[in-house]
Write a protein that binds this ligand. Structure first.
Ligand code: HEM
Length: 157
């Protein structure tokens, strides 16, 4: 198998695990935590379960980034970043950057503590914020997947 084909296959496997996990957390786990737990228990309970996924998300973010940059380099696709028609290339890098900053910098250094303190003051509002943040990340990620699959198979708006 050519290296680029292998990179594309691994890229998609990484995206499936990563964005699929975000979809599960957003549409299954968060609603279950809301239903089963009292407001003041929700954030701690959610963080205890989501901690494991955070490691999976960190690994798959690295895989998707490495394979993505490898393909861009191997096919010399950098000029695409100058054209708005390739908005989906920008979207992939933007989603990747957003998650990289959140998972490797913001969450361990700031967000974790911030959510706990905020949950002590107003648990209902904090949990709603966590739900909204996940819904937003999932929506942007899915639009990016739609654009990337359509765009890399010939669709040009
Ligand atoms: C550093 C970040 C990333 C880079 C540099 C990158 C780069 C690439 C490249 C070069 C391609 C092949 C394009 C082509 O064949 O014309 C591709 C395909 C694709 N990427 Fe990314 N990507 C990145 C992140 C992401 C993210 C975060 C997602 C999902 C949200 C994503 C989803 C996809 C999908 C679904 C495809 C299409 C695969 C196919 O249908 O064959 N990528 N990416």
């Amino acid at each position: 198998m050519e290296h680029q084909i292998l990179a594309r296959a691994l890229h998609v496997v990484g995206v499936v695990l990563w964005i699929g996990g975000v979809a599960f957390v957003t549409t299954v786990l968060l609603p279950a935590v809301r239903r089963l737990k009292e407001p003041r228990e929700r954030v701690d309970f959610f963080e205890a379960i989501e901690g494991r996924f955070a490691w999976q998300a960190r690994g798959t973010t690295l895989l998707v980034g490495a394979t993505g940059f490898y393909m861009a380099h191997a096919w010399n696709l950098w000029e695409r970043f100058l054209s708005p028609a390739f908005w989906w290339m920008h979207a992939m890098v933007a989603v990747w950057l957003l998650f990289t900053v959140m998972l490797f910098i913001a969450e361990p250094l700031v967000l974790h503590r911030w959510f706990r303190e905020s949950a002590r003051r107003d648990p209902e509002r904090t949990f709603r914020r966590i739900e909204r943040l996940h819904a937003l990340l999932l929506t942007v990620s899915l639009l990016t997947v739609l654009g990337a699959v359509a765009g890399s198979h010939g669709w040009a708006p």
